[in-house]
Structure formats: structure tokens, C-alpha cells
Design a protein around this ligand. Structure first.
Ligand code: FES
Length: 165
């Protein structure tokens, strides 16, 4: 059976579609909705977005594979985006990433049921580098020895990225 958007998602996409004379500006929000509904962007999910917006599959695929916010594979409930861009890197982001990897038992790019670890580009929290974002929750001025506490916090109160939408 092919994937279908929920009625709520269809309504959101339709409302967005009416705002613009062309479909391209709706690709990113439609992909976020697809990822929230299906967990990741499989070929089938990308085809659904392309079909819904009447755009070529290759165009939508290109957007998916350009942005780190989009996942081609299933992920754990909490997607930890550990920034290692310049400001964070200068303030110890690689030590933070290593401590998150050690505490979770996952390398960047890997998942289990609870977590998916992403080495991320700037997440717009440079003033409080190094920083991690998970759903709507930012962890700021992170020290490596906080990794266990951060993971425990997210196990108790999961922050799925779908809460952003
Ligand atoms: S460089 Fe890490 S938040 Fe900007």
C-alpha cells in the first residue's frame, strides 16, 4: 500500500500551496511533515511529496539529500544534533560529541530506539557554544561531563523533532 499524508498534513500542505505561485517553496515544509508522519524519508515518502506537489522526484530527492534535517533512514526518538561548527568546535564541541557518543554507545550517524546522533552544522546558538539541539530543547554551554545527564533527561522527557511542527 502506498503512503498517504494524514488529512491534517494534507490541509497544511494545501494551505501552504495557496500562498505561492509555484510549488518549490512548499517542498521543505512538506518534507518536514512527511518525516514527522512516517519517521524518515524513504523513496516512497519522497515520491509522495513529489506527487503531492507535482514536482519531479529528482528535485525533491535533491532537497532531501542536501539538508541534514532530513533522514533517509529510521531514527531513535530523540535526534541529538551536536554542533561542531566553528564557534562550537573552538569551545570543545568534539569533546562533547565524543562524550555523547560514549554515553549513548552510538557514533554520529547511528541510532537506537532512544537516540539518533547527528554531527551538525551551526544551530544558531553560537553565543552559548558548544551547543546541542534536540527537538525544541537546546542544551547550551555544554561540558563533556554533562553527557549522561543530557541523555537521562531525554529518556525521561523525550523531545521528538515532530514537536517542532
Ligand atoms: S557554531 Fe555551534 S551553534 Fe553556531
Amino acid at each position: 500500500m502506498s503512503l498517504e499524508f494524514s488529512e491534517q498534513a494534507k490541509a497544511k500542505i494545501e494551505a501552504l500551496r495557496e500562498r505561492y505561485p509555484i510549488a518549490q517553496p512548499v517542498v521543505i515544509p512538506a518534507l518536514h511533515l512527511a518525516q514527522a508522519e512516517f519517521g524518515h524519508l524513504s523513496d516512497e515518502a519522497i515520491q509522495l511529496v513529489a506527487r503531492t506537489l507535482e514536482l519531479p522526484y529528482a528535485h525533491v530527492f535533491g532537497v532531501v539529500t542536501f539538508y541534514t534535517m532530513f533522514r533517509r533512514e529510521p531514527a531513535g526518538t530523540n535526534v541529538l544534533r551536536v554542533c561542531t561548527n566553528v564557534s562550537c568546535m573552538l569551545r570543545g564541541a568534539y569533546d562533547v560529541l565524543a562524550s555523547i557518543e560514549k554515553a549513548s554507545g552510538l557514533k554520529a550517524g547511528e541510532s537506537d530506539d532512544d537516540f539518533h546522533i547527528v554531527e551538525e552544522e551551526c544551530i544558531a546558538a553560537c553565543a552559548n557554544a558548544p551547543a546541542i539541539v534536540c527537538g525544541t530543547k537546546y542544551f547550551l554551554d555544554v561540558e563533556p561531563d554533562q553527557a549522561e545527564d543530557i541523555l537521562d533527561d531525554l529518556r525521561k522527557r523525550p523531545r521528538p523533532e515532530s514537536e517542532v511542527l
